[in-house]
Design a protein. Structure first.
Lengths: 290, 309
């Protein structure tokens, strides 16, 4: 009974906005969670969110996803299939979580014994670029890299930059990943076309993002969890309820899997596929530039 | 009489089945398109089909992937702008498949040195100027390479069958051994790494495709001989030929004679065995008939004796 009223209330809270998302795609660009804001304001407000959560970002990820985000990132990296000598750009990866995993994976490939094919590619060293718009997140990442001993050979490059206008050359990267980042940008289309621009032919785009759950009962539980539990955890651990309220709202404003896949295809990518994890809580989209 | 009519009807139907293999004379595109359609991506590589109200075109695309057939079938009922975008997307998909084939073709040149491995694919990608990253987008990496090779060989065999008119004048057994030999000679340069390819094909996820490819190969060979071969059951024919092909393929792996002389002798012997088997079955049938007639006679005599008493 109580649960029923809660879900009903949640439904009232969510559904009007959901239906408006499907009608107005570009409204996402200027939405801050469920609030409507103008474009400059969105960029600034998202910046504030990540400045305030930077220190606790990875702890919070562990708490909110019950550690599952590690498995999701592992899956992302295994889908990427990294190789020695790769030039890779990880966007919105300030704390270096994905970048470290990719470097680990490449080292594993090296240890397995190098086939001849990789010999000459070794001369052109592996380069891992981590790009984030928020300097606070980058600082957390740099600190963790020195603690864990990554990038001592100069393979890690930290770049402060906007995903909508990257400072890299055309056709310069083998891979592009963006994990839990594309939801926060102002123009998704611009980010996708920038990704397409900087990738070499044959390069791959991979996006890990919180997405939409469609299983009926699981969806109710997930909504209940995200609207009642997550902001509370955020308040207790990071001392910032608003930022986590924004997080769960922005997930609902993100285009659903199929729509996002067609946006990737529109940006010029081939072989666009997506994989739902945990029934759609998270989806990995992939595309190939030819 | 009824039975022969039914037989003819059935064999007709079966040959129609067999003809499918002949109708698609480009096995490369057939295989890649079917793999393409099984993945979820198909609708998204053609983004406009998501909003497409015409179900015909969405079902048409994955099964044939023939740009002309899909555009001709949809042109009757869709607006011109829709058609343009569809043509564009089918063009870009064709481009993807071209690149895919180019990558695998280039990788084959590295297979001798690196084996049927990801490393060969990486080298191939470098040769054609693609980022090695593309290898990650192939779902079954090594298998894709082996399957491409099998398709390529089948295509070459089909070309040979189409151009070589002398095949028709050969006896069925000679024709079969000649075609199998021609096919196996294609993989002769790879014989040292062929066991590896066989083990890749035998992996559970790859079995359906490799089985299909072998079935298509055997089918092609039977079609050259046509209807005049025999009246053994359609399945039996293909099973026997598949057996002959596979045993010869295995025999070849350990053959160290010059130019695989022993292998070809082995092949001829097995084909002869197969044709003898057919004769043996017929003889056995005649024997069975004779025996049953004999038994019937003695039974009749026995009954007569009993009734006389």
């Amino acid at each position: 009974m109580a649960l029923g009223t809660i879900t009903k209330r949640l439904g009232n809270k969510i559904f009007p906005t959901l239906s408006s998302t499907s009608r107005l795609l570009h409204s996402h660009a200027t939405s801050f969670g469920f609030k409507h804001v103008n474009e400059e304001e969105k960029a600034r407000m998202v910046g504030d969110v990540f400045t305030s959560v930077a220190a606790n970002y990875d702890t919070m990820n562990d708490l909110m996803s019950a550690g599952l985000h590690r498995l999701w990132k592992e899956r992302l990296v295994s889908m990427l299939n990294p190789f020695p000598g790769m030039k890779h750009l990880d966007v919105a990866g300030g704390t270096g979580d994905v970048a470290f995993r990719i470097l680990d994976n490449i080292n594993k490939v090296k240890q397995r014994g190098l086939p001849d094919a990789f010999k000459d590619s070794l001369e052109s060293e592996t380069q891992m670029y981590v790009c984030d718009i928020n300097p606070n997140m980058l600082n957390v990442g740099k600190q963790r890299a020195t603690e864990k001993g990554y990038g001592e050979d100069g393979s890690l490059v930290w770049v402060e930059g906007n995903a909508e206008s990257l400072s890299f050359q055309n056709d310069s990267m083998d891979g592009y990943t963006i994990a839990f980042g594309i939801r926060n940008v102002t123009h998704i289309e611009k980010v996708l076309s920038e990704a397409h621009r900087i990738l070499k032919p044959g390069g791959r785009f991979l996006c890990l993002e919180l997405s939409h759950v469609s299983l009926p009962i699981f969806k109710e539980l997930y909504d209940l969890y995200s609207f009642s539990v997550i902001p509370r955890i955020g308040e207790m651990v990071a001392g910032d309820r608003e930022s986590y309220q924004y997080l769960v709202e922005s997930i609902r404003r993100f285009p659903p899997q199929e729509k996002f896949a067609s946006m990737i295809a529109d940006a010029g990518f081939q072989k666009v596929e997506y994989e739902n994890l945990v029934g759609g809580v998270v989806a990995i989209h992939s595309g190939l530039k030819i | 009489m009824f039975r022969t009519a039914a037989n003819r009807f059935l064999s007709g139907a079966r040959h129609y089945n067999g003809n499918i293999g002949l109708r698609f004379r480009r096995p490369v595109t057939l295989i890649t398109s079917s793999r393409f359609s099984t993945t979820e991506n198909q609708p998204f590589s053609n983004p406009h089909s998501i909003h497409d109200a015409i179900p015909v075109s969405t079902t048409e695309n994955p099964s044939f992937n023939d740009s002309t057939s899909s555009s001709s079938s949809s042109s009757s009922s869709s607006s011109s702008s829709d058609e343009d975008s569809r043509r564009e997307s089918s063009k870009s998909r064709a481009k993807y498949e071209d690149e895919h084939a180019r990558l695998l073709h280039a990788s084959l040149t590295h297979v001798m040195k690196l084996g049927w491995t990801e490393a060969a694919l990486v080298s191939g990608a470098k040769d054609v100027g693609l980022s090695p990253s593309i290898v990650g987008s192939l779902s079954r990496k090594e298998a894709a390479l082996v399957e491409f090779f099998m398709d390529d060989c089948l295509q070459r065999l089909v070309d040979r069958i189409d151009t070589d008119k002398s095949l028709k004048s050969l006896s069925p057994s000679d024709c079969i051994s000649k075609l199998i030999r021609f096919r196996l000679e294609m993989q002769a340069p790879y014989v040292s790494i062929w066991p590896e390819a066989l083990s890749i094909q035998a992996q559970p996820v790859n079995v359906p495709t490799s089985f299909k490819q072998r079935a298509m190969l055997v089918d092609e060979i039977w079609h050259v001989i046509g209807d005049n071969a025999s009246d053994i059951d359609w399945y039996a024919k293909r099973t026997v030929l598949g057996g002959v092909y596979s045993t010869t393929e295995i025999y070849m792996l350990t053959d160290s004679s010059a130019d695989f002389r022993d292998t070809w002798a082995f092949l001829d012997a097995r084909v002869k065995d197969a044709f003898n088997l057919k004769k043996t079955i017929q003889e056995a049938r005649y024997l069975a008939e004779a025996v049953s007639v004999g038994l019937g006679n003695s039974f009749q005599r026995f009954v007569e004796k009993v009734s006389r008493r």
